[in-house]
Design a protein around this ligand. Structure first.
Ligand code: TYD
Length: 206
């Protein structure tokens, strides 16, 4: 496909939204043709699936159902939003993607990498990101920065122990796939943004 596909990953409160915003500002300055989107969601049908997944009232949802709903939202979003944009030669920036499923459902929920890879086969092969930016900050530090978890969000309510497992999952996934770059977020948000721009330039993405 003509365009490039980059994804942002990390634990809750790692600063993805801020970094996506700062990157967008820079891309506007540089005149890059890009879109910003997110998962789960990013399209009409996928946003409806997102509501079901994140609704704090859905306490009976089993892990497999959760993983399949993320995968369902993903393929819909890929076909409806990501693929057409890439075909037009745009740079696609997606807030969360398949590595979230590997870390949250595969590792933290314990469904295993193989299961998650199987139900996300298109995302793992035909729509593999050119680069994934993993904002590397532990959940403990991230929650402290964010001042706690969102009460209405089923995933954020899972507690520090769960999110620590997610973090360990991300570290394992980042080791396995060379497309994933771990970004040290210990500096200011502007220093992190600079690191991201430098990396995108080095990799020939912008
Ligand atoms: P969101 O409010 O977008 O979280 P954030 O701002 O931290 O990105 O909610 C997405 C939630 O869904 C978040 O808790 C991570 C989780 N998630 C998974 O568990 N698996 C997935 O495949 C994806 C895409 C997200």
């Amino acid at each position: 496909m003509k365009g490039k596909f980059i994804t942002f990953e990390g634990c809750e409160g790692c600063g993805k939204s801020t970094q996506v915003r700062l990157l967008s500002q820079k891309l506007d300055e540089l005149g890059v043709d890009y879109i910003v989107t997110r998962e789960p969601g990013g399209s009409d049908v996928a946003e409806q699936i997102r509501k079901i997944i994140l609704d704090a009232k859905n306490t009976s949802m089993c892990d497999e159902c959760e993983a399949l709903l993320y995968a369902a939202a993903r393929i819909q979003h890929l076909k409806e939003i990501v693929e057409p944009a890439l075909e037009k030669g745009k740079l696609v920036i997606c807030d969360r993607y398949v590595d979230s499923s590997l870390a949250y459902q595969g590792y933290a929920r314990g469904l295993g990498e193989e299961y998650v890879e199987k139900i996300n086969s298109a995302a793992m092969s035909s729509f593999c990101p050119d680069l994934t930016l993993f904002l590397n900050i532990s959940p403990k530090d991230a929650f402290a920065r964010k001042h706690g978890a969102d009460e209405d969000d089923r995933m954020e309510q899972l507690g520090l122990e769960f999110h620590e497992k997610v973090y360990q999952g991300y570290l394992a996934v980042a080791k396995k796939y060379p497309r994933i770059a771990a970004i040290d977020c210990s500096g200011t948000k502007y220093q992190t943004a600079e690191k991201i721009i430098t990396l995108l330039k080095d990799r020939g993405i912008i």
